[in-house]
Design a protein around this ligand. Structure first.
Ligand code: ATP
Ligand code: MG
Length: 754
């Protein structure tokens, strides 16, 4: 592929100049990510650089995956050997290899946010502090902030700024909690997300031989979305590229939206100081969006005082003006957005996946979901409660984690009495305290539990220890899938879910099966180098929801927060909830800097669109359980009026035209009426609910056999692939057209044989 001809001159400069430090600072949609992608391809194909020596850091796993796929199209399977991923995933991999240098086991556990918060809760309780003062979220973000500024607990406790801030906030024990939290994680052989960066810094700072090894290995370092890196990330890359200086960063200061999490725009400015020989490339032509969208976005960002001056222009058509729709309530907002999608889909021959609905906070998705469901428009929510956050999934993962690392306190707490073994909360506390007081791991205490527990509980713990030992033996002999399946069964988890015959119970049972399927897929995946259960668990810990692509059905409307839309593009973008206090967020109105960050967020949202942007606001909205009157966001007015228009058709303060006219021929009006009549139960995001045939009546399934066609009231049409008739629980494995393969218990499943 002649990729160089797909680049304009400054882009080419970015791709062809491979030696020395390079910074590409450019506006949205100007091809920054494309330059990085082609640059890597160029290194491999033209310069014969070994992919193993290229490190590329992206903001999400999804971005890394997409980039790898594009590079693979140019260079072939060599692309698999690139070191490419998020900061967290790449450095978790390095930490695993070097863990012993820091005193961690190489199979250390990665605590997710929930694990961290629950540990903080436990510590606050144990220290006898008031959890209304030391709220878990507050403590968590305080510790996280410190770590991301590379402030250890020792430095924290000696730092007069932190200490006096805590005193003023009447939280003097913050430092003590931080200390206890770090020590507990360490004893559990666990790192939280921030530790992955913090500890990498410690590793490179204190072990120069290790640093040197990676400096030699990574001859070329590249970072996308550089504007959102924090100090900790900045220092890691600076150390890594200190010797050969082949570092290339791309970013856009106007899209910096993570200052609240410690990202620092100063990093871009420092970069020029750190690398005096820096080559700076500016890209100004936007290839993504229409003129009107580019102009609208430019007019907004101009209002920010803090920005590097740059032009963004496009040769694309003018396109449509930005649309503005107004509704009386959040529910109606959902309906108007759904009808607008429905209409544009028909009129412009678009697919569902061409649409994105973006919002400021996750909770806004509810009204949108409801409306889309009623309109039978498939959708997918990114960043909500992901599959891996569900209780039953976390339960099994905790068993797997504990089998790998017997000192993981959070997993221990989760599984020690699950299923119930008669080990109560006070026994659990005694074990944790004993570990703490004697400076032992949980596992040491568990093996001698009779010293701290009454007989009955100690016996139960003994059985648990034996169980875990059998799991460990399995882990050492069998592959990841066999081990996980064995543990799911022998732990009693599967049985407990199986015995719960409610719909939810069945759902949970299916979810656990789905997790096992995922492990099977992982084991069967040829691209996977390391197929161990440890590797699977490490991957899962770093998954964000945006990474779980639904393979069977990719055509769905995308729902996500603006933060998770970074770097992505869609033909049509709806930005909903354009109201004061919601966007800009009430919490971000305290300072000019905060307001400017909100404005950059709005800029990011607008620039995701290729062809059409629709802004929407409601006059009333339920917030925190109360109906509130809302005012339109100031950001609407900030768009130059030349580029925006009120959409009369979808505007509740205007006559409703078609919508109120029952005899209308408009397709969407008819559809709206039909939609309002259909109320449906929840379906998994992105899946379209099946409407059973009018004459649907369940058949007697005793004659069911492979090859038969069936209809299921929820999953629709499918074909029987396998029958399992042993024992009392007859099961059929059915391949459904829209839902893929499912194994159903015939006592429950209402099937119609066709
Ligand atoms: P963002 O700031 O949102 O991350 P970006 O600067 O990374 O945007 P890309 O995503 O790389 O921009 O490119 C935006 C769109 O423009 C993509 O669809 C890309 O394929 C296309 N594009 C980039 N450069 C060119 C070019 N020279 N010719 C044609 N299309 C291009
Ligand atoms: Mg990009």
């Amino acid at each position: 592929m002649d990729y160089l001809s797909h680049l304009n001159p400054p882009q080419r400069e970015g791709v062809e100049n491979l030696e020395g430090p390079t910074m590409i600072i450019a506006g949205a949609g100007s091809g920054k990510t494309r330059v990085l992608t082609y640059r890597i391809a160029h290194l491999i194909t033209v310069k014969n650089v070994d992919p193993f020596s290229i490190l590329a850091l992206t903001f999400t796993n999804k971005a890394a995956k997409e980039m790898r796929e594009r590079i693979e199209k140019i260079v072939g399977t060599d692309a698999r050997n690139l070191w490419m991923g998020t900061f967290h995933s790449v450095f978790a991999r390095i930490l695993r290899a070097e863990a012993d240098k820091l005193g961690y086991p190489s199979n250390f556990t990665i605590y997710d946010t929930e694990d961290s918060k629950s540990l903080i809760r436990a510590i606050v309780r144990e220290m006898g502090l008031d959890d209304k003062v030391y709220k878990q979220n507050v403590v968590y973000s305080r510790i996280s902030g410190a770590k991301n500024n590379l402030v250890s607990w020792q430095n924290y406790m000696n730092n007069s700024v932190y200490v006096s801030e805590d005193e003023q906030a009447q939280k003097p024990k913050m430092g003590a909690i931080y200390k206890e939290y770090v020590q507990r994680c360490f004893r559990s052989g666990a790192m939280d997300f921030d530790d992955l960066l913090f500890n990498t810094n410690v590793l490179f700072r204190d072990h120069l031989d290790v640093l040197n090894k990676y400096q030699q290995r990574f001859k070329y370092v590249m970072i996308d979305e550089f504007q959102d890196t924090n100090i900790s990330q900045y220092l890691i890359t600076k150390r890594l590229s200190a010797v050969n200086q082949n570092i290339c960063i791309v970013g856009d200061d106007a899209q910096s939206i993570y200052a609240f999490r410690g990202a620092n725009i100063q990093n871009i400015l420092n970069f020029e100081k750190d690398y005096p020989d820096l080559r700076v490339i500016k890209l100004e032509q936007n290839y993504r969006s229409t003129q009107n969208i580019v102009n609208a976005a430019n007019s907004v960002i101009l209002k920010n005082a803090a920005q590097l001056k740059k032009k963004v222009w496009t040769q694309n058509d003018d396109g449509e003006l930005v649309h503005l729709i107004k509704s009386t309530s959040d529910n109606e907002e959902g309906r108007l957005v759904a009808s607008s999608i429905f209409e544009d889909k028909n009129n412009k021959k678009l697919e569902n996946k061409d649409f994105a609905i973006l919002y400021r906070t996750n909770s806004q998705s509810r009204a949108m979901e409801e409306a889309l469901r009623k309109s039978n428009i498939p959708y997918r929510i990114y960043g909500g409660l992901s599959f891996y956050q569900r209780k039953e999934i976390k339960d099994l993962l905790a068993y797997l984690r504990f089998t790998i690392n017997h000192n993981d306190e959070q997993s221990f707490r989760r599984i020690i009495n699950l299923p119930k073994r008669g080990i109560g909360a006070s026994s659990v506390d005694k074990i944790v305290v004993a570990a703490f007081e004697n400076d032992l791991g949980i596992w040491d205490v568990l093996q001698k539990s009779q010293r701290v527990l009454p007989n009955r509980a100690a016996n139960a713990v003994d059985n648990f220890v034996t169980l875990i030992k059998t799991f460990k033996i399995r882990l050492e002999k069998a592959d990841a899938y066999d081990t996980a399946a064995f543990i799911a069964k022998q732990s009693g988890l599967l049985k407990e879910l199986y015995d719960d015959k409610t719909i939810e119970g069945l759902n949970r049972y299916e979810n656990v099966q789905e997790l096992l399927n995922a492990i099977k897929e992982f084991v069967d995946d040829e691209q996977q180098e390391d197929k161990s259960l440890e590797a699977f668990i490490a991957d899962v810990a770093l998954l964000t929801d945006a990474d779980n692509e639904d393979k069977d059905n990719n055509d769905h409307v995308n729902l996500m927060t603006i933060h998770s839309a970074k770097g992505l593009e869609f033909k049509h973008v709806f930005i909903v909830g354009m109201e004061e206090d919601l966007f800009p967020s009430q919490m971000m109105l305290n300072s000019r800097a905060d307001l400017e960050e909100e404005r950059r967020l709005f800029y990011v949202a607008l620039t995701r669109a290729m062809e059409k942007v629709t802004l929407s606001y409601a006059l009333t909205r339920y917030r925190f359980g109360r109906l509130k009157n809302c005012e339109p966001s100031r950001f609407i007015e900030e768009i130059d009026p030349a580029y925006i228009k009120v959409d009369r058709k979808f505007n509740r303060s205007e006559p409703m035209g078609d919508l109120n006219n029952g005899s209308s021929n408009s397709v969407y009006a008819k559809n709206l009426v039909a939609q309002r009549k259909t109320e449906r139960k929840a379906v998994p995001p992105g899946k379209k609910l099946h409407t059973p045939s009018p004459d649907f009546a369940p058949s007697d399934t005793r004659t069911l056999d492979t090859g038969m066609k069936v209809e299921h009231p929820k999953f629709g049409f499918g074909e029987v692939k396998k029958m399992d008739v042993q024992g009392a629980n007859r099961k059929a494995t059915i391949e459904f057209e829209n839902f893929g393969e499912k194994t159903l218990l015939l006592t429950f499943a209402k099937l119609r044989i066709m």
